[in-house]
Design a protein around this ligand. Structure first.
Ligand code: THU
Length: 158
């Protein structure tokens, strides 16, 4: 029997069409992408997230000469949040990037490891959160839940 998994997201031609609170997250993500330590990929990624107390947490990718030791921007922001604000819920996560690694019209899409962490964060806080992904040409897609980014996930969902 053939079965299908359907995921959904909203697409915007440019992030300046988003509500102002989301635009603020995009701006903060671009700001923090400047702190990326990315001498190997030269791909500067910024992540920002808004907590239910309205505080914004940010993170950038941190690379290492022993490549797998580095960490993506999303996980820097998510793990920092887990350490410092373990009881706050995340409302929205935003990821942006700058660099030649991807063509400017290619959707910025988190790696599998980040998706797994994004999903477990959602399960842990018992509430879905929005995920905003911004391509280098401004095209933006918005998911309502981390489940959409990792259907058939390992372990922790139905
Ligand atoms: N990277 C992120 O920080 N987030 C993503 O969503 C994709 C990739 C980082 C990892 C590495 O430092 C660089 O971008 C190139 O893959």
């Amino acid at each position: 029997m053939k079965q299908e998994v359907i995921i959904s997201f909203n697409r915007f031609e440019h992030w300046n069409e988003l509500p102002s609170s989301d635009q603020e997250l995009v701006k903060r993500a671009y700001e923090v992408s400047k702190t990326a330590y990315a001498p190997y990929s030269k791909f500067h990624v910024g992540a920002s997230l808004r907590l239910s107390n309205k505080e914004i947490i940010t993170g950038s990718n941190q690379e290492n000469i022993a490549y797998p030791s580095g960490l993506c921007a999303e996980r820097v922001a998510l793990f920092y949040t887990g350490a410092i604000h373990p009881l706050e819920q995340i409302e929205t996560l935003c990821v942006v990037a700058e660099g030649d690694l991807l063509p400017i019209d290619k959707i910025l899409s988190p790696c599998g490891a980040c998706r797994q962490v994004m999903l477990e964060t959602e399960v842990r806080q018992k509430k879905s959160y929005r995920i905003i992904l911004v391509s280098q040409n401004g095209v933006t897609i918005v998911f309502d839940s981390a489940v959409d980014l990792l259907p058939l996930a390992f372990g922790i969902t139905d």
